[in-house]
Write a new protein. Structure first.
Length: 468
């Protein structure tokens, strides 16, 4: 139902990664050309945002919504029922097992009740009924009522969510439904549909990365109509084709004290929750370089933006030759229940990340999205999975069976190292022949990212416009 009358777009920015994708990209510029007014409903403080044209943009800082036990119960029942329904999928089955109660505390008993009910009632109809009960449970909450006042005051014609999972966004979808405002959500990451739990709410429209992701969405959310799904790529990679994020090779080498005559191996870390083996792998690489098991090169480590560098103190002391890049993400608000969500990237960090991708020769990581980042620069990638559940290490080999990662395994785009010898062999092979598996890497990128990077934000805006 396209109309020529001026339209107002509401954008919900939930956290620092959504901020990176939709504020630090060209998305807002593109949206400003296509919509009369843009209202940013922000889970980050107002102070986090760059200066925006007040005639076009209004930033509404959302107060923090805190779940009650009743809100939590219905949300958890909805999420676990979704896991129960789809647990033939390896990633979802793993998530289902990990969420089980470990104790008999009052909270543990509630979790056990959720599992007991959802084991019997987990049809799509049941899941949507739990969602209704969840909405009823928070409808009278003072903060939720405040959200409703914001939405009514600004009257967006469409409410666009930059992430489909944060629990608090269910409250905004609730108000959108009451006020008959259509909702759209961007699917946040390549692994979200085939390994994570239920979305926070039922959206009307979706923006996805690729045909692959569209098919996953239709499979896991049977109420979704194919025509309600638009393939747009993902704006998280857009800085890689924007000249304002370029820094020179000389500046890059100088920043880290690197030798321009030597190759550079970059290890990119996960966060501590799924990357507890990171220090071991880093030490293995450093020892391999020291003793000649790895061809002569330099080791640069980029830590996760979701944490500080404290867990690497021992590694730093033992291997002073390692160069470190700690992402410059600024904490915008203290005392938040999810402090990681309040960290936002700096333009400086995006520039440094782009330089790392451009000037390093090889990447090693534990099965992360960073594989795609390096492949966009045609760099070879080794994925590590040292833990097998029996050797005392965190069991990261289980991720090899997740559906999204199974696509990587089948593609032949990476080498997988399950121990020291395999790691040394893979690293040496790629250092000697960086073109090896290049065609497979290109095919994987084409499968995972459905639009050229230069066209992503335009595709997002066109998809949103088409809804109205």
């Amino acid at each position: 139902m396209n109309s020529e009358s001026p339209k107002t777009l509401g954008i919900v920015i939930t956290d620092g990664v959504g901020f990176r994708n939709f504020v630090l990209s060209t998305f807002l510029d593109e949206a400003a050309r296509s919509f009369y007014k843009i209202i940013i409903f922000s889970g980050l403080p107002y102070s986090a945002f760059p200066e925006l044209d007040a005639a076009k943009f209004t930033i509404v800082e959302l107060p923090v919504f805190t779940e009650t036990k009743k809100n939590w119960f219905w949300r958890k029942l909805k999420e676990v029922a979704h896991l129960q329904k789809h647990k033939t999928n390896p990633g979802i089955a793993d998530n289902y097992e990990m969420n089980k109660a470990k104790s008999w505390s009052p909270h543990g008993l509630l979790v056990r009740a959720v599992y007991a009910v959802s084991s019997v009632f987990h049809s799509e109809k049941s899941i949507l009924k739990y969602e209704q009960f969840q909405e009823q449970s928070f409808a009278a909450d003072a903060v939720v009522k405040q959200y409703g006042q914001f939405v009514q005051e600004h009257q967006p014609d469409l409410l666009f969510f930059t992430h489909q999972r944060p629990p608090f966004i269910a409250t905004l979808v609730f108000w959108a439904k009451k006020l008959k405002i259509p909702t759209a959500s961007f699917i946040f990451s390549w692994d979200n549909l085939a390994s994570k739990g239920r979305m926070a709410a039922s959206f009307d429209y979706f923006l996805v990365w690729s045909e692959l992701m569209k098919n996953e969405l239709l499979r896991f959310y049977s109420f979704t109509k194919p025509e309600a799904v638009s393939i747009v790529g993902t704006p998280q990679f857009e800085p890689y084709v924007l000249p304002q994020f370029d820094i020179s090779k000389a500046e890059f080498y100088e920043t880290f004290g690197l030798n321009s005559e030597e190759k550079i191996l970059c290890y990119s870390c996960a966060d501590a929750t799924i990357g507890p083996n990171d220090p071991l792998v880093i030490a293995t690489l450093a020892e391999g370089i020291r003793n000649g098991a790895i061809e002569s090169c330099q080791l640069l480590v980029r830590t996760s933006p979701a944490e500080d560098e404290s867990r690497f103190a021992e590694t730093k002391a033992k291997y002073p030759e390692i160069k470190w890049n700690h992402p410059k993400w600024e904490l915008t608000r203290e005392g938040h229940p999810e402090p990681w969500s309040q960290r936002v990237p700096t333009l400086e960090d995006l520039s440094m990340l782009k330089a790392i991708l451009k000037f390093c020769d090889l990447n090693v990581n534990m099965l992360s999205t960073m594989s795609l980042d390096f492949m966009l620069f045609e760099k070879p990638v080794v994925n590590t999975a040292f833990g097998n559940g029996n050797n005392g290490l965190y069991n990261d080999q289980r991720f090899l069976h997740y559906e999204h990662y199974g696509n990587v395994v089948k593609s032949g785009a990476v080498k997988i190292a399950k121990n020291e010898d395999e790691l040394f062999n893979a690293v040496n092979t790629y250092l000697e022949n960086p073109e090896l598996d290049l065609e497979n890497r290109k095919k994987l990128i084409a499968m995972q990212i459905g639009k050229p990077l230069e066209k992503t934000t335009r595709a997002c805006v066109e998809a949103l416009k088409a809804i109205l």
